[in-house]
Write a protein that binds this ligand. Structure first.
Ligand code: ATP
Ligand code: MG
Length: 541
């Protein structure tokens, strides 16, 4: 049982939650008596308290169970599920119809407005299939949050009260997709082509995905269980999530399509612009939520509520970063740098804890802000003007900016510690070795185009754009512009075959000759294929 009231001489004097017990266990208070670690702030209700007051109290105090007193005697307990049952009576009824007052809780019209019709149709089909199997299906998390905010989100997470693998298989067949199942977790992912007519959002994968998870086992093992049990299973799933605004669900079943399920006051928090955890030790359970809190706060221009911020500071004081797996911190840092305005969460992190958890030498200063703005400028310029368009990892360029004060050995150590992936590590380390040198070389007075090409060609585009962001001299800027717009476009007309015809034995010399021809051409010395052949002849004789 959760949230047990602690009574002394028939009067309530404390509340003991699962969280308190976990906290006590973590701190090894096993021998302490209950009053040492229970929550002292007790919120109680009178037996005649009105429903909306109870609801508000639960949201505001973030308690899910409230003892009810009749006079001075404990008469019972009201739970969130009790409240929810009264508010959303319809969804508990099998064929309930929505009453006007409850329309506010339905997000289907928002979904209709925001989503491409192909995706909306898919969600309806999933709901119908759930009905056919007598499952309840919900779309959950970030998707629901973004619908309420009026923002597009094609990241679809579905929780079913039923077998998510079997369900996923059926959906994969319906949509002609393929299924990736994770039996260990009872989850599955349906992978398919992006629906026709849907523009793939920037940064989204090459294929469209829908994730399916099984809500808690209770409903799974007892398919005929009462709705209350089914509901508490969805609630358990939502309760494990990070913030109230990410812990909402919307029904997909036919009779209740779009109905919002909001146990923790997420909708209110969205309206108020508040990031709030669901329980006190959320950040101790998972410190990566600190990054997430900051990310969402800065993305939406919200604020982390006072208690939640207190818990963040506590977790940091208790050294939770050093106890977190480094690769998880790396992932969170990358996500932060992938935000539209990454400087905002970085500044906020600095306010909370500097950026020391990555490296003590990382300073976030005014110059960092300016550099981030220049990086963004360089990236936008690239997208507008460059000839060769490749995918650019913008986050990596920002990371180069954060790490710029580190020595080569320190940079390598950071890459190692946080286990950056091979391709990322190579670019990060190469930048430490080459960028400064390259920038200096590009700023020289006289430089032939072939020399510019030779400096920049071995570097990744991310490094080159970083150099562009750092460049102060006009000459260097112009040379990078030439590299992306002209040099990269230049192609020579001869190939290895032509060299062979000239009687040169195949070998490494071919590449060298072709490079020389390209350099000569970049410097304006060769026009036609004949010119190129003549030049090769001159080189080999
Ligand atoms: P984004 O728009 O950045 O993708 P999101 O809320 O969709 O934000 P995801 O990382 O895609 O975030 O996760 C999906 C959902 O999973 C979240 O909305 C949240 O409910 C839950 N979640 C993700 N990470 C955590 C975590 N560390 N702790 C608890 N719940 C989490
Ligand atoms: Mg998401």
């Amino acid at each position: 049982m959760k949230g047990a009231p602690v009574v002394k001489k028939k009067k309530s004097f404390g509340r003991l939650t699962g969280t308190d017990i976990r906290k006590a266990m973590k701190n090894r208070y096993c021998h302490a008596s209950v009053k040492g670690y229970m929550s002292i702030e007790v919120v109680t209700l009178k037996s005649d308290t009105l429903l909306h007051v109870i609801q508000r109290t639960m949201f505001e105090k973030a308690v899910g169970r409230l003892p009810v007193f009749k006079g001075t005697r404990l008469a019972g307990i009201v739970t969130r599920t009790d409240v929810l049952k009264s508010v959303h009576r319809d969804i508990f009824r099998k064929h309930g119809t929505l009453r006007k007052k409850q329309m506010r809780f339905n997000i289907s019209s928002k979904m209709k407005r925001i989503l491409p019709k192909e995706i909306l149709k898919m969600l309806h089909v999933i709901g119908l299939d759930a009905n056919r199997r007598r499952y309840r299906a919900f779309v959950v998390g970030g998707f629901v949050r973004d619908m309420l905010l009026g923002k597009k989100n094609f990241d679809i997470d579905i929780v079913v009260e039923g077998d998510a693998i079997r369900f996923g298989k059926g959906i994969a067949d319906l949509f002609r997709g393929s299924l990736v199942a994770y039996p260990k977790f009872g989850t599955s992912t349906v992978v398919m082509d992006w629906p026709k007519g849907v523009r793939r959002p920037e940064g989204a994968g090459a294929r469209f995905k829908i994730d399916f998870a099984t809500a808690r086992k209770e409903s799974y093992e007892k398919p005929a269980a009462l709705p209350t049990v089914l509901f508490s299973s969805l609630k358990d799933d939502l309760q494990r999530r990070d913030f109230t605004i990410n812990a909402m669900a919307a029904s997909l079943n036919k009779e209740s399509f779009g109905q919002l399920i909001d146990f923790f006051g997420g909708e209110k928090d969205l309206e108020k612009g508040v990031i709030r955890v669901l329980h006190d030790v959320s950040f101790i359970d998972d410190p990566t939520r600190i990054f997430r809190a900051v990310r969402f706060e800065q993305r939406f221009g919200f604020h982390i509520d006072r208690y939640t911020e207190g818990h963040i500071k506590n977790a940091i004081r208790e050294g939770m970063f050093s106890r977190t797996q480094h690769h998880r911190i790396r992932d969170e840092l990358i996500l932060m740098l992938k935000e539209e305005e990454p400087i905002k969460p970085i500044l906020r992190m600095k306010e909370l804890h500097e950026m020391r958890f990555i490296h003590r030498k990382i300073l976030v200063r005014k110059s960092t802000e300016i550099l981030f703005a220049k990086i963004k400028g360089a990236f936008r310029w690239y997208r507008r003007s460059a000839f060769k368009k490749r995918h650019i990892d913008l986050w990596l360029i920002y990371l180069l900016g954060l790490l710029e004060r580190l020595s080569l050995a320190e940079t390598k150590a950071v890459c190692e510690k946080f286990a950056f992936r091979r391709g990322d590590r190579m670019r990060i380390i190469s930048s430490r070795k080459n960028c400064r040198k390259a920038l200096k070389a590009l700023s020289r007075k006289l430089l032939r185009p072939s020399e510019v090409y030779n400096i920049l060609e071995p570097l990744s585009f991310e490094e080159t754009l970083f150099i562009r962001a750092k460049a102060k001299k006009k000459a260097a800027l112009l040379r990078i512009t030439d590299f992306f717009t002209a040099h990269n476009k230049t192609k020579i007309k001869i190939s290895g075959k032509d060299i062979m015809r000239l009687g040169v034995k195949p070998g490494p010399l071919y590449r060298k000759l072709l490079a020389k021809v390209l350099h000569k051409k970049l410097d304006g010395g060769l026009k036609t294929k004949k010119d190129e052949l003549e030049y090769v002849k001159k080189l080999i004789h």
